[in-house]
Design a protein around this ligand. Structure first.
Ligand SMILES: *Cc1c(COP(=O)(O)O)cnc(C)c1O
Length: 241
């Protein structure tokens, strides 16, 4: 089997898992978008998936993402990685969505640096839902205030929330955390009823089913589409601000 055939097979199998979970959740088919997380993977794989109909891709590292975006400006690019404040300008100029806004300063810079001609940048606030000291994100109790401030900023549209929960093999534990995210989004919708807060970005290769059962609208899948990553994440992270 060629590498491309294997890639497309994994892609279709992820699509099937999503469709099954959507059905099990009693939700409408098409209500969960698949974001293909292509970090560390070559542009040829992205092109093959694009040909198969995949239109949105997630990247974590700016330097790696920019040449891919330059080759495929027709695709929808989502930034999902840690954001250093000195890197916000190319993010604002090259991406359609940012999932990993973890402090107000980042939102302010993205707002200021987003070229108006590109239309609004779609924004998600990252929530530190597992209360891990090492993790980025707003704590649940500061979320509503932060959202109210982000909602005032020009050139941005606040669409909802994103989380990367602590890894767990236990589907009940996974679902409990995702259910908290759903409740937080509902609180936000109640507090800011005029905003289009329709997006919950949660669920990765190991927990996409649990996320969909609890209301995910975007699942971010890397490994189960592209295969194991070819070099460790930490080796590619650029150095501090
Ligand atoms: C790498 C990454 C993913 C994809 O994770 P897999 O387990 O490989 O599917 C999703 N979200 C974020 C933020 C990531 O960094």
């Amino acid at each position: 089997m060629s590498e491309e055939t294997a890639l497309l097979e994994r892609y279709h199998s992820v699509q099937n898992r999503i469709a099954k979970a959507v059905e099990q959740a009693g939700r409408k088919q098409g209500s969960v978008a698949l974001l293909a997380v292509s970090k560390t993977k070559p542009v040829e794989m992205i092109a093959a998936l694009a040909k198969a109909g995949q239109s949105s891709f997630g990247e974590n590292y700016l330097q790696e993402a920019l040449p891919k975006i330059a080759q495929h400006p027709e695709l929808e690019w989502h930034f999902i990685g840690p954001i250093q404040s000195n890197k916000t300008k190319p993010i604002a100029e090259n991406f359609a969505w940012v999932h990993s806004v973890d402090r107000l300063k980042i939102a302010e810079r993205l707002s200021h640096q987003r070229p108006a001609a590109l239309g609004n940048l779609q924004i998600l606030l990252e929530v530190n839902i597992s209360h891990e000291a090492s993790k980025a994100g707003f704590s649940p109790d500061e979320l509503i205030d932060a959202a109210k401030q982000v909602a005032q900023l020009p050139n941005l549209t606040l669409r909802g929330l994103m989380a990367i929960p602590e890894i767990s093999d236990d589907p009940q534990q996974q679902r409990a955390v995702f259910a908290q995210m759903k409740a937080l989004l509902q609180q936000l919708q109640n507090a800011l009823p005029d905003l289009p807060l329709d997006t919950l970005s949660m669920g990765m290769s190991g927990d996409l089913e649990a996320a969909i059962l609890e209301g995910a609208t975007i699942v971010r899948i890397g490994t189960d589409i592209f295969g194991a990553r070819s070099y460790p994440q930490t080796a590619t992270q650029s150095t501090g601000e």
